[in-house]
Ligand binder design. Structure first.
Ligand SMILES: [Zn+2]
Length: 148
């Protein structure tokens, strides 16, 4: 049996919710979706929030060609040296300036300092749920679904 981890992250990689908001978020998650275990992770560095075995491909947001994974590996390496605080890149395919966070990851992935990681949630997180969580956290959020 594989595990699914639903990861909720702010769209802005550097965003961190206030203690007060986080308290409300925890309460809501415990009551509605948490099941086996939910972790709230905050780090100084920005982390790549991956989709586990769901990794398929990455598309260019400008010309929609497939991002070359060797190129992506190199720019990820470079960004990791700044603890992923600097995510800016210029696409290899069409020379457009963007951020690693803005590439089209087939199966969402993202970058953040703060993440909520819900192990095998009791319920599917619906659009209404995510909208409510956005209000609670005070930021736009992204849902990353990872299988391991
Ligand atoms: Zn392109």
């Amino acid at each position: 049996m594989s595990d699914v981890i639903v990861k909720i992250i702010p769209k802005d990689p550097k965003f961190v919710p206030s203690e007060m908001k986080l308290g409300e978020v925890k309460e809501w998650i415990n009551f509605n979706v948490s099941n086996e275990k939910t972790e709230y992770i905050l780090t100084d560095e920005v982390r790549f929030i991956d989709q586990g075995e769901n990794f398929e491909s990455i598309g260019c947001p400008f010309c929609s060609s497939n991002i070359d994974l060797d190129w992506w590996g190199e720019v990820m390496d470079k960004a990791s040296k700044t603890s992923f605080h600097n995510l800016s890149v210029v696409t290899d395919c069409c020379n457009e300036a963007t951020s690693l966070n803005e590439l089209n990851y087939k199966w969402n992935a993202g970058f953040s300092r703060f993440s909520i990681e819900i192990m095998n949630p009791r319920e599917e997180l619906t659009i209404e749920h995510t909208e409510y969580l956005m209000q609670l956290m005070g930021c736009k959020i992204k849902k990353v679904v990872a299988f391991y």
